[in-house]
Design a protein around this ligand. Structure first.
Ligand SMILES: [Zn+2]
Length: 156
């Protein structure tokens, strides 16, 4: 599960079945009327040529397929994240202040089942004082997480 909207998890090869982009993605645009998702490039080209707001074929306005502040999460994405929290045997929160609700509740839901909960972040998080946190590592995720995964894979 990611709160990132940059589409990098998909580009890195995470399958759509395993990936939950809880706050959407800016690699697609979504019609605000019929909810159809589409590639943004043709719409950008049309906007550059016409300077008219991008519209869907149904007439609805298009915007990046991200969740804006005040906008509800997609119910299916939230359900999939909660399902994953019920099934995982390890919760790792990477690079998040864990301050955005309800995304921040997902690793807590998982950890309350008694599984390990590790936080790696530069700067404080909202969960730092939670008793469910097994390990709290301070610093850059890119420097800490990959060697930790390599080490864990070597000891399996
Ligand atoms: Zn539409």
């Amino acid at each position: 599960m990611t709160q990132n909207i940059d589409g990098l998890h998909s580009k890195a090869g995470t399958s759509p079945e395993r990936l939950v982009e809880l706050h959407g993605t800016n690699s697609l645009v979504e019609c605000q009327t019929c909810r159809q998702l589409s590639d943004p490039e043709p719409h950008f080209r049309r906007f550059q040529a016409t300077r008219q707001p991008p519209r869907c074929s149904c007439g609805g306005f298009l915007k990046p397929a991200t969740i804006s502040f005040g906008q509800d999460l997609r119910a299916d994405d939230l359900r999939r994240a909660e399902d994953a929290a019920r099934e995982t045997d390890l919760a790792v929160a990477l690079g998040s202040s864990l301050s955005v609700y309800p995304a921040s509740t997902i690793p807590l839901q998982a950890s309350r089942r008694g599984i390990p909960y590790v936080i790696i972040n530069r700067g404080p998080t909202e969960h730092d004082d939670h008793p469910e946190v097994t390990r709290r590592l301070e610093g850059d995720v890119g420097a800490i997480f990959p060697p930790a995964v390599e080490s864990a894979l070597r000891t399996r």
